[in-house]
Design a protein around this ligand. Structure first.
Ligand SMILES: [Zn+2]
Ligand SMILES: [Zn+2]
Length: 343
C-alpha cells in the first residue's frame, strides 16, 4: 500500500509499504479517506523535531484522519463494514494512573500518530482499536471527518475551563483550532464570542463561522489598546489558539476580573507571565494538551449541523501531490486555513 514518508527534513516520499492485513478481535481495518495537515506535521517536516520529539528514522505523518471501515474484528460490536469513521489518533497504555483516572492524554505510554517514533495516517489502510474509532453520519460532509481531531482539542479545553450560558468568550487566533473553539463556545451557550487574528482572511472566516466581533491585530499593535477602541465587553473566558507567546500578557490585560484563560496553541517560545497582573485579577490559567474522552462530544457537535465546518477546509491535495502539499503548507497563501490530503 501507498504511504507518505518523511524520509528526511523537507523530504516526503511516496513509498510502497506492507499492507497491515486483517484486524485482530477488537480492531477494525479502515481505508483512509482523507488526512488533515496539522501545524505539528508541518513542524516535523520543516525542523525534524518538536521539543523532545525528534524524527530519528523515517516517519509517516498525519494524525487527523477519517475513512471507511473495511473489515471488523470478531469481537467488534459498535461498527460495521462500510461505516464512515473518525479515528482518534492517540492510543494510551490502559495501565497507568492517568489512564485509569480518565486523563489518558497525559499517559506517558501513549502511542500517538505522527509523534516519533509512531507512524501516522498518511497511508491507505490502518488497523485501529474499535474503542478509538467513531462512527460519523453518512450525511456529514466528508471533509469534516478529519476536523473531529482538532474539534476534540476545543472540546477538551472548554470542558477544562467550564463555560456557562451568557459567558463572554475571547478567542486569540482564528486558524482551525481558533474557529473550532469559537464554535464549541457558541454551542455551549456563550452569548458573545470575539475573535482576533493578524490575518484579515481568517477574520472573514471567523465571521462566516459565526463569531460576533473580530479584532484585527497588526504585528506591532497592542491588543489591549485596540480593545479600548473597539469597546467590546471584557471576556470572562479566553482561549489562546495562536501559539504566539507574546499575546498572553495582552490577554491578561483584557481579561475580566476572575476570568479563566486556557492556553491551547503551542508555539516555540516560552511564556513570560505578568503574574502580578494576573494575581490582582485572580485569573485562572489552564493548560491544554490534546484531549481525553472528547471525540464522542466532538462527533455530536459536528452532527448537530449547527456549524459549517467544511468552510475551514481551504485546500485539498491528492496523496500523489503530498510533497507539494507540504511545501505549500510551509508557506501558504493567507487565505489558507486547513489543508487536506485525499487518499
Ligand atoms: Zn492536529
Ligand atoms: Zn497510560
Amino acid at each position: 500500500m501507498k504511504a507518505a514518508i518523511l524520509s528526511d527534513k523537507k523530504n516526503i516520499i511516496l513509498e510502497d509499504i506492507p499492507d497491515p492485513g486483517s484486524p485482530s478481535s477488537f480492531e477494525v481495518r479502515v481505508k483512509i479517506l482523507s488526512v488533515g495537515i496539522c501545524g505539528s506535521d508541518v513542524h516535523y517536516y520543516s525542523h525534524g523535531r518538536i521539543g523532545p520529539y525528534v524524527v530519528e528514522s523515517p516517519l509517516i505523518l498525519g494524525h487527523e484522519a477519517c475513512g471507511y471501515v473495511e473489515e471488523i474484528g470478531d469481537e467488534v460490536t459498535s461498527l460495521s463494514v462500510g461505516d464512515f469513521v473518525a479515528l482518534e489518533p492517540g492510543i494510551p497504555c490502559h495501565k497507568c494512573k492517568e489512564c485509569f483516572t480518565g486523563k489518558y492524554n497525559l499517559c506517558k505510554g501513549v502511542k500517538f500518530w505522527a509523534t516519533p517514533p509512531i507512524n501516522g495516517a498518511l497511508v491507505e489502510y490502518v488497523l485501529h482499536p474499535e474503542s478509538f474509532t467513531y462512527k460519523l453520519p453518512d450525511t456529514l460532509d466528508q471533509n469534516v471527518g478529519p476536523l473531529i481531531e482538532p474539534l476534540s482539542v476545543s472540546v477538551h479545553a472548554l470542558r477544562k475551563t467550564g463555560i456557562s450560558p451568557g459567558d463572554t468568550v475571547f478567542v486569540s487566533g482564528s486558524g482551525t483550532v481558533g474557529n473550532l473553539t469559537s464554535s464549541v463556545a457558541k454551542y455551549s451557550g456563550a452569548s458573545i464570542v470575539i475573535a482576533s487574528d493578524t490575518n484579515t482572511n481568517r477574520l472573514e472566516l471567523a465571521k462566516k463561522m459565526g463569531v460576533d466581533n473580530t479584532i484585527k491585530i497588526d504585528n506591532n499593535e497592542i491588543l489591549s489598546e485596540l480593545y479600548k477602541i473597539e469597546s467590546v465587553p471584557e471576556p470572562n473566558l479566553i482561549y489562546e489558539c495562536s501559539g504566539n507567546s507574546e499575546v498572553l500578557n495582552e490577554l491578561i490585560k483584557i481579561a475580566a476580573p476572575g476570568a479563566r484563560i486556557a492556553l491551547i496553541g503551542m508555539g516555540n517560545e516560552d511564556y513570560k507571565l505578568n503574574a502580578v497582573e494576573a494575581m490582582a485579577k485572580e485569573l485562572e490559567i489552564y493548560t491544554v494538551f490534546r484531549y481525553s474522552n472528547s471525540y464522542g462530544i466532538a462527533v455530536q457537535i459536528a452532527k448537530s449541523n449547527k456549524f459549517q465546518f467544511h468552510n475551514l477546509i481551504t485546500d485539498t491535495f491528492s496523496i500523489d501531490e503530498v510533497s507539494r502539499a507540504f511545501e505549500y503548507a510551509v508557506n501558504p497563501d493567507p487565505r489558507t486555513c486547513k489543508i487536506l490530503i485525499e487518499l
